[in-house]
Design a protein around this ligand. Structure first.
Ligand code: TRP
Length: 465
C-alpha cells in the first residue's frame, strides 16, 4: 500500500488541527453569538462547554483516527464495526454540505479585502447588492476553493501542515496588532465590559444551547474531521495534551476575536452597547457593522479594515482545508483514487453544490426563499437551510454517535489503550476516569438533546426551551 503521509511533527499536527478549529466560527460566529445572547454569560458557558464537554469528544475523535489510520468511514470498518460506518458517512456528507456554503461566506470575506483596501465603506449599506453580484462573488469563492484545493493537493505535511504553520502565527500577530489599535478607540472599555463581565441572570436554556452548539462547531467536532487528522498522527504523540493545546488555541482565538470586536462595537455605539442598539447577530456583524466602524476611524480605516478581512480569510482557509480533507481522505482510502485527482474532483463538486447557496442571497428568488419551516413566519434561504441541517443538526448527531460508539460499542478499554500510547501515565489517572464518565454518559446525552432540540425547534417550530 502506498503511504498515506502524515504530519511531520506533533507541533505540525497541533497547528493544523487548531487551524481547522479556528475559523469563521471564532472570529465571526463567536462574537455574534456573544452579542446576540448574554454577553459575558455566554462567554462563560462557552468556555465551560469547550473544556468539560467538547474536549473529551475531541480526544475520542483523534484516538479513533490514530488507532485506525483511516478516514471516518474506513475507521469504523477497521475497528470491525461495519454497521457503524453510517456515522462516518454522515460525517462525509456534513463535510460536503458545510464546505459548500462556508466557502461562499469565505468568498465574501475575500472580496471585502479589496473593498476595504479601496476605502469602499459604502459597501456596508450595499451588502445585499454585493451578495447579488453572483459572478463577481462567485469568482471570489472560486479563488478561495482553488487555494483550498491546491493546499490539500500538496498533502498532509507538504500542504496542510505547512499552510497552518504559516497562517496560524500570522493570524495571531495580526489580531494582536488590531486589538492594540481597537483599545485606543473611544468607548472601547464599554465594549469590553459588556463582553467580559458575566451577568449570571442571563444564563438560561437558550444561552446554554447556543453556547454548546457554538463550542462544538468551533472545535470542528462531530463529522470526523479530527478522526481524519488523527489518522495522520504519530504513535509517539500524546493525544491528550495535543487535544488540550488545540482546545486552548481555539478558545484563545475566539476570546481574542471578542477583544477585537467588542471595543469596536463600544466605539460605534458610543458606549451604549448593552442596549441592543447594535446589529450584532448574523452576517451583519462582520459585513455591515464593521465596515461602518472602519469608516469612522478615519485615516487608518482602510488598513485596519483590509487587515481584518485578511485575518478572517486566513482563519477560514485552514478550516476549508480541513473540511475538504475529510471527503478527500475518504475517496482516496476507500475508492482508491489518487490524491491529486481526488482533491480536484471533490473540490469541483463541492463548489457546484455551493451554487444554490451562492445565488440564494437575493439573486435567485427560489433559493433565497427556499423553505418555510413549520411554524415560521418567514422563509429561510438555501444557505440557511443547509446550515441548519449540517451545522446545527448533523454535527451534534454525529458527535453523539461517535462518543456513544467509542464508549459502548468499541468499548472504553480500547479507547483507553489508544490514549495510553504516547502517554503511559494516562491509565489509572483521574483524567481517565473523568473522560470515561463524560464520554459514556454526559456527552452522548447532551449532544443527543441538542440534536433533538434543534430538529424540533428549527424545522417543526416546537420550542422546548
Ligand atoms: N471550526 C471551524 C470554524 O470555527 C469550521 C470547521 C472546520 C468545522 N472544519 C470543521 C466545523 C469540521 C465542524 C467540523 O469556523
Amino acid at each position: 500500500m502506498a503511504t498515506r503521509g502524515g504530519f511531520s511533527s506533533r507541533l505540525g499536527f497541533i497547528a493544523a488541527a487548531a487551524g481547522s478549529a479556528v475559523g469563521l466560527g471564532n472570529i465571526w460566529g463567536f462574537p455574534a453569538e456573544v452579542g446576540a445572547g448574554g454577553g459575558g454569560a455566554f462567554v462563560l458557558m462557552y468556555l465551560i462547554f469547550c473544556f468539560i464537554l467538547c474536549f473529551p469528544v475531541m480526544v475520542t475523535e483523534i484516538a479513533i483516527g490514530r488507532k485506525t489510520q483511516k478516514n471516518p468511514v474506513g475507521a469504523f470498518n477497521a475497528l470491525g464495526f461495519r454497521k457503524w460506518n453510517f456515522v462516518g458517512k454522515i460525517g462525509i456528507l456534513s463535510g460536503f454540505l458545510i464546505l459548500s456554503f462556508y466557502n461562499v461566506i469565505a468568498g465574501w470575506a475575500f472580496g471585502y479585502i479589496f473593498e476595504m483596501a479601496t476605502s469602499n465603506f459604502a459597501i456596508a449599506e450595499q451588502f445585499s447588492a454585493f451578495k447579488m453580484q453572483v459572478f463577481k462573488v462567485g469568482g471570489y469563492g472560486l479563488v478561495f476553493m482553488v487555494v483550498t484545493a491546491y493546499t490539500v493537493s500538496k498533502g498532509i505535511s507538504g500542504g496542510i501542515e505547512k499552510a497552518a504553520k504559516f497562517l496560524m502565527p500570522a493570524l495571531i500577530i495580526m489580531m494582536l496588532v488590531l486589538i492594540g489599535y481597537s483599545f485606543t478607540l473611544e468607548n472601547s472599555g464599554a465594549g469590553l465590559a459588556f463582553y467580559l463581565l458575566p451577568d449570571f441572570s442571563k444564563i438560561n436554556g437558550v444561552v446554554m444551547y447556543n453556547a454548546l452548539g457554538q463550542a462544538f462547531f468551533s472545535l470542528s467536532l462531530g463529522m470526523g474531521a479530527l478522526i481524519t487528522y488523527g489518522s495522520y498522527v504519530s504513535k509517539k504523540d500524546n493525544i491528550i495534551s495535543s487535544a488540550a493545546l488545540i482546545t486552548l488555541a481555539d478558545v484563545g482565538v475566539a476570546v481574542l476575536a471578542g477583544m477585537l470586536i467588542f471595543p469596536l462595537l463600544g466605539f460605534i455605539t458610543e458606549g451604549n452597547i448593552g442596549d441592543g442598539q447594535m446589529a450584532t447577530a448574523g452576517p451583519d456583524l462582520i459585513f455591515v457593522t464593521l465596515p461602518k466602524v472602519f469608516e469612522q476611524i478615519g485615516s487608518f480605516g482602510a488598513v485596519v479594515g483590509a487587515g481584518f478581512f485578511v485575518l478572517l480569510c486566513f482563519a477560514a482557509l485552514t478550516s476549508t482545508v480541513s473540511l475538504l480533507e475529510v471527503p478527500v481522505a475518504y475517496v482516496v482510502d476507500e475508492k482508491g483514487i489518487k490524491r491529486n485527482r481526488a482533491v480536484w474532483l471533490v473540490a469541483g463538486f463541492i463548489y457546484l453544490i455551493g451554487i444554490p447557496s451562492l445565488i440564494g442571497n437575493g439573486y435567485s428568488e427560489f433559493f433565497t426563499n427556499f423553505i418555510t419551516y413549520i411554524g415560521a413566519d418567514s422563509p429561510t434561504s438555501f444557505l440557511g437551510f443547509i446550515g441548519s441541517v449540517a451545522n446545527d443538526s448533523l454535527l451534534p448527531l454525529g458527535g453523539c454517535l461517535i462518543v456513544f460508539f467509542a464508549a459502548h460499542v468499541w468499548k472504553k478499554h480500547n479507547l483507553d489503550a489508544e490514549l495510553s500510547v504516547g502517554n503511559p501515565s494516562y491509565e489509572g489517572s483521574f483524567l481517565q476516569k473523568y473522560l470515561n464518565f463524560t464520554i459514556s454518559y454526559v456527552a452522548p446525552l447532551a449532544l443527543g438533546v441538542i440534536f433533538i432540540l434543534t430538529v424540533l425547534g428549527t424545522f417543526f417550530g416546537i420550542h422546548l426551551i
